[in-house]
Structures are given as C-alpha cells and as structure tokens.
Design a protein around this ligand. Structure first.
Ligand code: ADP
Ligand code: MG
Length: 703
C-alpha cells in the first residue's frame, strides 16, 4: 500500500493566499487588502509595509532567501529576477532579512531585453513591474533555493503595457462594467462585479530525455524538423484515455503534488489521442489567476519531467502527421452574487437574459472573428490548425441541438416557445440505471463551442499564454454588451426592445453558427461562401490587430492603445522570422553534420559491399540498387540544403519586419519542406544502425 497523501494539507501550502493573510495580518489591514482585491483602488503605504513584512516572514519561515517580481513579457513566457532579502550589514557585520511595502508594490527593471515591438528605444530601457494584488504570491523551489514570487504587471516608463497581464486586467474591468449594465436591465441590483472564469485544459507530449538530447531539432525548436512516419500512428485509437503507463503515471502523480502545493487545482488527467500525448485540466477560476496558473502548469510540467528522465514538449506540433497539442480555453461570466450569465437553465427559450448574452456573443465573434483568430495565433499553431484533429483556422460557433433549435425559432418566428429536453438514455441492460441525457451532444471539431454553461475556445496553441485569447474575448463581448445596453437602457418598452434586439442580432450573425464537422473539406468551402475569414497563418492574422475596427474597439475600452497594438503586430513579425530562422539553421546544421555524413558513410559501406561481393564472383544487384537509390536521394538532399542556405541568408538580410516574415514564410519554409522530404526519404532507405538520431517510433512509442 502506498502512503496516504494529505491533499487537503498540501494544497496551497506554497501560496500566500487569503487564508494565510487572514491569519497573519491585523484585521484592519486584511480588510483593506480584501477591499482592494475586490473593488480596486490603492493600498495605503503603511498597510503595504505590513503586508510585505507578513509575506516575507511567511516566506522566510518556509526557507525563502529571495523574492522576485514575476511577470509575463510579450514572449509568452514568464520572467523573474531574484533579489535576496538581506540588508546592508550593520557596524558589527550583521544583516537582516527585510522586505518593504515599496519593494512589494513596485520594481524597476531594465526592460530593453524583452520584446517591445518598437514601444521603447533600447536606450530608454526603464520598465516597471507593478504588484497584481489579485493574484496570490507563491514560493518556487528549485536548485536556486526557495524564491518568493510576486505576480506583477510590466509597463514601460511612459505607461505602455509591455506584458500580457496588463491588457488582460484592463479587459476584465471592461467586461465587468458592461456586463453589469446587462444584469441591471434584468433587475439584478445586488451584483457589483462580473468576472470571467477560465479553465484551461493543457495538452502535452512526454519523450525520453536521453533520446531528446540526441535530437537538436527538439532542443532548439521544440519540434522535430525531420522524421519519417512510424509504421503505426494513432489509427487504432488505442492511446486516448488508455491505461496510463507506470513511468507516465509516476510523472503525473509528482506533477499533481507540485501543482497542488502551488494552489493549482489539477483535476483531470488522461492520455490524449497521439501516442506519448497527455492532458491535464484544472478547475476553472478567475481569468487572471487562471492565466498565471497556466504558466505555472507549463513550467512545472517541464520541471517535473526532468526529474523523471523525461522531457515535456509543449510545442503545438512536435511530430508531423501526428495529433498536435492545443489548449482548450473554457470561458464563462459570473456575477459576484453567483449567477453564471452563460447558464441557459433547463428552458433556454424562457431565459431572456441568457438569450441576450448569447446573441451578443454571436455578434461579437462574428464581427471580430479575425481578432479572435489572431488571439490564438502563434508560429507553432500554424502547423496544427486544420491538420490532424485540430479545429480549422476558420472561426465559427457550435451551439448544439438545443440552442440551435431555440435560435432558429427566434429567427423564424420572432419567439421561441419550447426547448428540446434531454431524454432518458436507455442502455438495454436491466442492471444499468437509465440516465438523463444532456440536451445536446458533444462536438469536438468546433473552434468555439458552447458546452453547457461556458464556451470552449479550442483554437489556442499548447505553448501559448492564454492571456491574449481571454483579453480579446473579454474585449469583443464587452463591446457587444455595451452596444446592447446603450439601446436597451433607452428603450421605452424594454420587453419589446430586448426581443427585437435578440432577433436582430441572431438573424444578422447567424452565419457564424456552424454545428457540423469542422474537420471536413466541405466546411472550408461553405465558410468561404458565408464570407467567414480563413486565416491560416500567424503573420496574416497579425494584420487584424490594427484595422480601424480593432483600434476603435480596444481604445474605446482602454485595453490597448493604437501604439500597443502596433507593437504587438511588429513583435508577431519578428517572432515569426526569428523562430523560422532558428528552425532553418537547425535543419542546415543537422543535415550537414548528422544526416549527410551518415548517409555518405553508408554509401561507402554499400560500395565496399558491392565490390567485395563482386570479387568473390557473385552478382551484387540488390546492393548496387540500394546504393543507387540512396545516392540519388542524397543528391536531392544536398541540392535542397544549398537552396535552404541561400533562402535563409536572403531572408535574414531583409530589414523591414513584415517583408522579412513573409520571406521566411514564402521562401524559407518552402525550402525547409524540400530538405525534410529528401532526408525523410533517406531515413526509409538507410540502415537504422547508421541513422544518427532517434526515429519517430523511438520517440513516441518507447517512452
Ligand atoms: P472536456 O474534456 O469535456 O472538455 P474537461 O473536464 O477536460 O472537459 O475540461 C473542462 C474544463 O472546463 C475544466 O477546466 C473545467 O474546470 C472548466 N469549466 C467547467 N465549468 C466552467 C465554467 N462555468 N466556466 C469556465 N470553465 C469551466
Ligand atoms: Mg475540452
């Protein structure tokens, strides 16, 4: 029997959460902190000092020596710079462990080494980190020791957001304000705040660390840039939900423990579709905390993998031809008096507030499909969307049978008098209880699916931060709420006006609803007929950031300024070029130093064999044929290699960020594909013993 794990005690043990604050802070200070958390505003200088001291005492009791302002720059990962609590020694050479309110609230940092997309000239490097009181501080423990991490936002000297948290927090305020106007219209006078809740399911791959170390492509780019397919893929559907192997199981157990300590509610775990692919889902929580926690999930996944001799791949498409990894961003809106605005109840046709919210969301997603798509764009995700069991790059909304029927009634007749109800499920086995079915079946192919009392945005890539998708979702829905509220607040007869407005929105935006198979080719054509954008590439998506419609939306709600949007567009181009450049250089390096030498060696062995066999008077037809085939393919590889070198050099020399990104897309990527094709063919021809790197089969079937 294994020892019992006290999860209740373990959970949050490394977090300076509300419970610990209540214990450790004077009542008045605690109240003040809670008020700022709930309603915004500023903590007094005195209280900040008290909080900082309590936080530091707790951290030091738990072994901490340093603190850090933990933030999320625009490269999508987290950043930290550690400062010890030690003070200047006194006369007698003694130091103290101290931490002030000022240090807690504000940090000054050299921000010039983080992507800024032209927001700052590098000689103006000052950036500030500002404490996010709504996300609890936590302790990180590794070889460096124990570090107190304080979640912060990063802004430039002139106040522009240089990170992902600031716009997210701004968007949360915007949607709260606008959603409150909606619930007020329906007589809810109690609610003072509406919060987006987010649960992010995280997919990942695990590979053996020793094998990983033999693949420079995995090391430098996080994905395999070469590799012939294994004889078996996922066609037997024997991995999804399959029994979890011992090695993976012990990884998952450790991962859960680490996450629970950090207050992350790791809840569901299972094997995913592809061999070596898995998923973890936490329980949903406030968007801002969910974003921070998702970063911790990704970091912890990588850290724990090392301990188990594994490597965790978070790339969206680590293996060509095999299921890619995404992150399902489950999103809903809840008032602080407990109403989920996305809960339709049993009879959605009678729930006017829900229908209004739904109509607004459909309108928002239809008008800003390009922005929503952009919010989930990253270089790796381009390889995943529309390929092997991932949603297409076309945004559409799945409503399911019940809601689709209600929407149809409303569009056709202007009123909905019934809702399809879930029936009993008859199993035909007398010992199995007949159960209530959901009113709606699941759909797995939609990028934006209604799933009972939330929307599930399935387009997000597995390695990406979920900050931008949620910022955009909050922003576009806030705008639709605002426009609806503007009209409804002025209405002479509210009932008639809300009824007309719902019908109007649903009718105007019905093209965004699609309940069919999103993976089918036919949908791509149908979507084109409907005029829905199909943006297949990250750099194409970037353009949607600075359209008049986007600037108007984000500036109206103070979420991004035009300059901030332009900087994000610029960063997208830069990131695209840099990432592709690294991939191209890695391919060139691997081809030159690993594959081509191995193949040359092999041709020598073959040539020697042909010679020796002939010398003893036998025919060497097979040997000679293999030599011929290998030599021919080697020729192609060598030519493709030269072309890739030329294309990469040419693209690298381009100065304009956008032009450069397109050169990488249209020329370098094409050459990369050619080189890969030749090398992968060689892999199928050459003796496995001389092949210089682990194969797909070695990587995904032997973990
Ligand atoms: P599925 O595989 O059906 O998508 P999972 O259980 O894997 O379901 O994940 C569902 C995710 O949605 C979980 O993270 C869960 O906490 C989250 N979730 C459930 N209800 C809500 C809600 N009202 N708002 C936001 N997220 C939610
Ligand atoms: Mg899901």
């Amino acid at each position: 029997m294994s020892e019992a794990l006290n999860v209740e005690e373990l959970f949050g043990s490394k977090v300076f959460n509300l419970g610990k604050m209540r214990e450790r802070l004077p009542k008045g200070v605690f109240k003040e902190v809670k008020k700022v958390m709930d309603q915004g505003g500023e903590l007094s200088k005195e209280s900040a000092d008290v909080v900082a001291k309590a936080m530091k005492d707790w951290a030091v009791e738990n072994g901490a020596t340093h603190y850090t302002h933990w933030f999320q720059p625009l490269n999508g990962i987290t950043a930290e710079k550690h400062d010890a609590f030690v003070t200047h020694p006194d006369e007698e050479g003694r130091t103290l462990m101290e931490f002030s309110g000022k240090e807690l609230i504000k940090g000054e940092t050299d921000a010039s080494s983080f992507p800024s997309g032209g927001l700052r000239a590098t000689f103006e490097a000052r950036g500030y980190t500002v404490w996010d009181i709504t996300s609890p501080a936590f302790l990180k423990e590794d070889a460096t020791g124990v570090i107190l991490c304080i979640p912060t936002a990063l802004c430039s000297y002139t106040g522009e957001a240089l990170d992902k948290k600031t716009p997210l927090l701004r968007s949360m305020e915007a949607i709260s304000t606008q959603a409150l106007r909606i619930v007020r219209l329906f007589g809810n006078t109690e609610a003072t705040k509406v919060t987006p809740s987010v649960g992010a399911e995280q997919e990942y791959f695990l590979v053996d660390h020793e094998k990983y170390l033999k693949r420079p492509d995995l090391i430098f780019s996080g994905r395999t840039l070469f590799g012939a397919p294994a004889p078996k893929g996922q066609e037997l559907e024997d991995h999804y939900f399959g029994a979890i192997r011992e090695r993976i199981g012990s990884y998952m157990k450790d991962l859960n423990i680490e996450l629970w300590k950090l207050g992350v509610t790791a809840k569901t775990q299972h094997n995913e579709v592809a061999p070596a692919q898995h998923e973890l889902a936490p329980i949903y929580e406030t968007a801002n905390i969910a974003v921070d926690h998702n970063q911790l999930v990704m970091e912890t996944m990588k850290k724990v993998a090392c301990r188990h001799g594994l490597n965790c791949l978070l790339h969206e498409k680590p293996f060509a031809g095999v299921n890619g990894s995404g992150k399902h961003d489950n999103w809903s809106l809840t008032t602080d008096n407990g109403v989920n605005l996305l809960d339709p109840g049993k009879t959605p046709n009678e729930n006017i507030q829900f229908l209004l919210v739904l109509a607004c969301i459909l309108k928002a997603v239809d008008i800003h499909a390009d922005l929503l798509r952009q919010s989930a764009a990253d270089v790796g995700n381009d390889l995943r969307l529309g390929a092997d069991e991932a949603p297409p790059a076309i945004i559409s909304v799945f409503l399911g049978e019940q809601l689709d029927d209600v929407v149809r009634q409303l569009i056709e007749t202007g009123s909905a008098d019934h809702s399809i109800q879930g029936e009993k499920l008859i199993t035909g086995v007398s010992t199995l209880t007949d159960i209530e079915k959901d009113a709606t079946d699941r759909n797995r192919t939609s990028p934006f699916a209604f799933t009972g009392n939330k929307f599930e945005f399935r387009m997000v890539g597995s390695s990406d931060s979920i900050a931008s998708p949620n910022t955009t979702l909050n922003a576009i829905v806030a705008e639709a709420f605002c426009e609806a509220a503007d009209r409804l607040e002025k209405a002479e007869d509210f009932d008639i006006e809300v009824h007309d407005l719902i019908k109007e929105y649903l009718t105007e935006h019905q093209r965004i609803v699609f309940n069919g198979d999103g993976y089918a080719k036919a949908w791509v054509e149908e979507a084109e007929r409907r005029g829905l954008p199909n943006i297949t590439c990250t750099i194409d998506a970037a353009a949607s950031l600075t359209t008049d419609k986007a600037v108007e939306l984000f500036e109206k709600f103070g979420i991004y300024s035009k300059t901030e949007l332009e900087s994000r567009k610029e960063i997208t181009y830069e990131t695209y070029s840099k990432t592709t450049n690294i991939e191209a250089l890695t391919m060139i390096d691997m081809a030159k130093k690993l594959y081509i030498p191995a193949v040359i060696e092999y041709t020598k062995t073959l040539a020697d064999t042909v010679k020796v066999v002939k010398e003893v008077g036998e025919e060497a037809t097979v040997q000679a044929q293999v030599l011929k085939n290998v030599t021919a393919e080697l020729g192609k590889a060598s030519k493709a290699l030269s072309e890739l070198e030329a294309a990469t050099a040419k693209a690298s020399a381009i100065k304009n960020a956008k032009d450069q990104a397109y050169a990488f897309k249209d020329e370098v990527k094409v050459s990369m594909d050619e080189l890969r094709k030749a090398i992968d063919t060689l892999e199928t021809l050459v003796d496995k013993k001389v092949w210089p790197v682990p194969s797909y089969a070695d990587l995904i079937f032997e973990v």
